[in-house]
Design a protein around this ligand. Structure first.
Ligand code: C5P
Length: 222
């Protein structure tokens, strides 16, 4: 079974997807990390990020693995743990995610990963493009100012020196890019259940999603 979760930055996707996957004993696949890994590697190689062809080449050659561990999932890129660096390449990730060549490579990998077993896969285009026939699709959203606050708290907790207004502006900018790009723009997939997480706790959201999954299983699985 595939549970697809899409939504903008700060909607709570990753936190909720992780909890949902652990409650259901499914694999959690955070596809945003894959776009981040490509951006990180391209920067590390000193590439010009506006060179779509070379960035796609980097994506193609990338040896990328999700490694489960006691402190959560780590992302290994070409033998190196890239996890500590990935949160700081948001804007670059959104840029490389706009290239059709990069998406083609990562989407093919995501389909293979999803085919390996029951998965909660989250991103921007899972229900629209990667797995349009996913058994259950969710679209998570929240007020952009609240999403900015969440991202701010997350970065502050990591000891980063951040400015709230700047973070809110960045969240809005990335939303605009993700929703308006030519290839696979962020949108609510047909048949996706809308979950507005504004002013709701993580537990409330996870409970609602679990109920949806259970009622799906009760009606569809003999
Ligand atoms: O989810 P996360 O914030 O880590 O994603 C980083 C960026 O990767 C997003 O802003 C988006 O541009 C891109 N992305 C995408 N498609 C996905 C997942 C992420 O375009 N399935």
């Amino acid at each position: 079974m595939i549970i697809a979760i899409d939504g903008p930055a700060g909607s709570g996707k990753s936190t909720v997807a992780k909890l949902l996957a652990s409650r259901l004993n499914f694999t959690h696949i955070e596809t945003g990390s894959m776009y981040r890994a490509v951006a990180w590697k391209a920067q590390k190689l000193g590439l010009d990020l506006s060179d779509a062809e070379r960035v796609a080449e980097t994506a193609k050659n990338l040896d990328l693995h999700f490694i489960p561990g006691p402190d959560g999932q780590k992302v290994r890129v070409d033998g190196e743990d890239a996890s500590p660096y990935l949160k700081s390449v948001s804007q670059a990730a959104a840029q490389v995610a706009g290239y059709a060549g990069v998406r083609e490579i990562l989407v093919a990998r995501q389909r293979l990963m999803g085919a390996e077993g029951d998965s909660v896969m989250e991103g921007r285009d899972i229900g629209t493009d990667v797995f349009p026939n996913a058994e259950i699709k969710f679209f998570m959203d929240a007020d952009p100012v609240e999403r900015g606050h969440r991202r701010y708290e997350e970065l502050k907790a990591q000891g980063r020196d951040v400015d709230l207004d700047h973070i809110i502006e960045q969240v809005k900018k990335r939303d605009h890019e993700d929703r308006n790009r030519a290839v696979s723009p962020l949108r609510q997939a047909d048949g996706a259940i809308l979950i507005d997480t504004t002013k709701r706790t993580i537990e409330q959201v996870v409970e609602e999603m679990l109920e949806r999954v259970q009622s799906y299983s009760a009606t569809k699985i003999p």
